[in-house]
Design a protein around this ligand. Structure first.
Ligand SMILES: [Zn+2]
Ligand SMILES: [Zn+2]
Length: 256
């Protein structure tokens, strides 16, 4: 705990250096940022080989899944992306890395010309009398962490990114509606089947009225097999959400 606070203070007091080339004044300097390859396409989230999808977010054989599609900005194999995500999630908990990581997602949407899915003005017209937090037909939310885990880190890394994206695309941000009610084991060492069993029943919705008939943009840092996002999508749709799209910084395990 003390280590985390100390690191946060050090982050504030001292100039930052680019994680790759050490240039002063940046967490990632523009030159190094521009070396990161962005995914030029959207792929089916459930195919383990890159299977390009155009209009629908999943391929024909994966239509029965609850997730409507996933947008991933880049590949987790990129060492700089891996390093950024690691330092964002683990010690020294560089929370400000949320900005360049969100920027990768925003750049990916610009590159693939998919920003059109964010429909802030049209959706607010549909519900002019509703409060700002519930008035839009589209909502950003993070994959939640179990409370204890969030307390250790001081923040939910996915919530940091989801909030930045919600500001960028002028859409509401719901942080504590989808919640994690089970402290699951880390998924890293598990097979796909074990991941599904581990995550089953881990999530709940506090206030279904806030997601009723809405399109949810569910944000996470890394997408691996999709078991976590699929379980979140199942719970969101069982509670009235219309569509659920995943948005992640990086995808892991695609056999390119
Ligand atoms: Zn650099
Ligand atoms: Zn597929």
């Amino acid at each position: 705990m003390w280590k985390r606070i100390k690191n946060q203070i050090l982050n504030l007091l001292f100039p930052q250096f680019c994680l790759k080339c050490n240039k002063e004044g940046f967490l990632i300097c523009p030159d190094c940022f521009s070396t990161i390859d962005l995914n030029p396409f959207q792929y089916c989230p459930f195919c383990s080989v890159p299977n390009r999808v155009i209009k629908k977010g999943k391929c024909q054989s994966h239509q029965s899944f609850k997730l409507n599609g996933v947008f991933s900005a880049c590949d987790y194999k990129n060492p700089l992306v891996k390093k950024m995500i690691f330092l964002f999630k683990y010690e020294p908990y560089i929370k400000n890395l949320g900005f360049p990581l969100s920027n990768l997602i925003i750049s990916h949407f610009a590159l693939t010309q998919k920003q059109g899915i964010f429909n802030s003005s049209a959706s607010s017209k549909k519900a002019p009398l509703a409060t700002p937090s519930t008035g839009s037909g589209q909502v950003f939310m993070p994959v939640p962490l179990f409370k204890k885990r969030e307390r250790t880190r001081g923040y939910n890394q996915s919530a940091v990114i989801a909030e930045i994206l919600s500001v960028a695309y002028k859409l509401p941000f719901q942080k504590n509606n989808l919640i994690k009610i089970k402290n699951t084991k880390s998924q890293t060492e598990f097979s796909k089947k074990q991941r599904e069993q581990n995550i089953a029943g881990a999530f709940a919705i506090k206030n279904p009225a806030l997601i009723s008939e809405k399109t949810i943009f569910l944000v996470d840092d890394v997408f691996t097999t999709g078991s976590t996002m699929e379980e979140c999508a199942r719970v969101l749709k069982a509670n009235g959400a219309k569509k659920v799209f995943g948005i992640v910084v990086a995808r892991e395990g695609l056999r390119i």
